[in-house]
Ligand binder design. Structure first.
Ligand code: ADP
Ligand code: ASP
Ligand code: MG
Length: 420
């Protein structure tokens, strides 16, 4: 019998009625002949509420205790779902991350899954019991509860799928699948029937929160098939595939945005070997992820070094850099957190030129100034003022015709992003 993982996000378990609906969905899969492991998020808004509660008690709660508090939301939903399944006559058992156990790294708030003990889950499945696991949490080598970062239930689901060699990991959410853009700001965004794991990685890392980036990384690494589906409507959803069919690729697959970044600029950095490591070493030691970096040597051999970090790390980064600036002989550190990143993603970029040119023209026509640019083989990102993010995303979605079905393009060799 095949194992299927079914993960339901916060909006899918936000009320008792919705939990009953999830129970029916799970029962359908059991009746289809699968052994089912369910992964649940906390009820919508609950994790935010718990974080606020912690901050009411302490402005800077210890990360260990914050994880103890934050992880409780999922414990409620798994228990409720098991009750609903049992009420319908099905055997079901809930497990927190600590009970499975899901072993993680030690880092509270952004722990990584390292090992999953399969024994309890498999023996339950063998005896016909539905297993319901709390998403977003695990336990570290000290025996302490950890959490996996916001949106981490996706990662729990994919990690379980990998550990149990599940035939598919179904991610049920409040939209019809992965769309060409966030439907909250682009109402005519279109559902993609398939997307490559590589594109999904870029979309997730660019802010499309439909899947947590680490979940996609896991799926990519272990070859876990992911199917993103709606909790509320019977639609075919989006399959995340490993292969790409280049003949059918459009120029662009999707547009993503991220309003959770902040920008820091160190002014007049001396142009000497070792400076970048003196700046980024302490930032990395503080577990702060740096996204874009721009450095350009001016004619006077001094240079401005600009980079972006997660907005929650903005003040911490400023604090660290204020100590470093005098040490390296730079002039000053300035920052801004009213920025947004807009990204275009698509494997079609590899074989289709002119994407960057069109992007810059469209933004210029809307009067949107570009502060930073970065590119990868299948992505172009720009930093703009936050107030322009919706306008920019909509204009780009429209300019690349993303609401329409894919236009086919001829396969051709790799071309520069900047040729039109
Ligand atoms: P869940 O609670 O099910 O985990 P999330 O809120 O984490 O759901 O993710 C789903 C949301 O992701 C959608 O409601 C949508 O607003 C947002 N989103 C952003 N970009 C995309 C995209 N490209 N496709 C689908 N949803 C997207
Ligand atoms: N409840 C957690 C969060 O809100 C995890 C998740 O929903 O995936 O981030
Ligand atoms: Mg989510």
């Amino acid at each position: 019998m095949d194992i299927v993982i079914e993960k339901f996000g916060g909006s899918s378990v936000g009320t008792v009625e919705k939990i009953n609906r999830v129970a029916n969905r799970v029962i359908r899969t059991v009746e289809d002949g699968y052994r089912v492991v369910v992964v649940l998020s906390a009820m919508q808004g609950e994790t935010n509420r718990l974080i606020q509660l912690a901050h009411q008690v302490s402005p800077e709660p210890s990360t260990r205790e914050l994880d103890v508090v934050m992880s409780t939301g999922e414990q409620v939903t798994i228990g409720l779902l098991c009750m609903a399944l049992e009420r319908e006559g099905y055997s079901a058992r809930s497990y927190t991350g600590l009970q499975v156990p899901i072993q993680t790294s030690t880092m509270h708030g952004k722990a990584r899954v390292e090992h999953i003990d399969r024994d309890k889950i498999l023996s339950n499945l063998e005896s016909g019991t539905i297993v319901v696991v709390a998403g977003f949490q695990g336990v570290n080598t000290n025996g302490d509860i950890t959490t996996l970062g916001r949106g981490g239930s996706d990662t729990t689901a994919v990690a379980l799928a990998a550990a149990l060699s599940a035939s598919v990991c179904r991610i049920y959410t409040d939209v019809d699948g992965v769309l060409t853009a966030d439907p909250r700001i682009v109402p005519d965004a279109r559902v993609l029937s398939r997307i490559t794991a590589e594109e999904m990685l870029e979309l997730s890392s660019s802010g499309a929160k439909v899947l947590q980036i680490r979940a996609v990384e896991f799926a990519y690494k272990y070859g876990v098939p992911i199917h993103v589906l709606s909790s509320f409507r019977d639609v075919s959803g989006t399959l995340i595939t490993s292969e790409e069919n280049r003949m059918e690729q459009p120029k662009i697959t999707g547009v993503a945005y991220n309003v959770n970044e902040a920008k820091l600029t160190i002014k007049n950095v001396p142009d000497r070997p070792g400076i970048a490591s003196k700046v980024f070493g302490p930032i990395a030691d503080a577990q702060i992820n740096v996204d874009m970096i721009i450095q350009n040597v001016g004619s006077d051999n001094n240079t401005d070094l600009t980079f972006t970090v997660d907005r929650t790390e903005f003040q911490n980064s400023l604090r660290i850099l204020r100590d470093i600036v005098p040490q390296i002989g730079a002039q000053d550190i300035v920052g801004a957190d009213d920025i947004a990143k807009i990204s275009l993603v698509g494997v079609g970029m590899r074989s289709h030129s002119g994407v960057a040119t069109t992007m810059f023209r469209v933004l210029a026509e809307e009067g949107i100034n570009i502060q930073m640019i970065s590119t990868s083989e299948i992505k172009i990102s720009v930093i703009v003022e936050e107030k322009y993010v919706e306008l920019g995303v909509r204009a780009l979605h429209n300019a690349f015709g993303l609401s329409e079905e894919h236009e086919s393009i001829e396969e051709s060799g790799p071309q520069s992003l900047f040729r039109s």
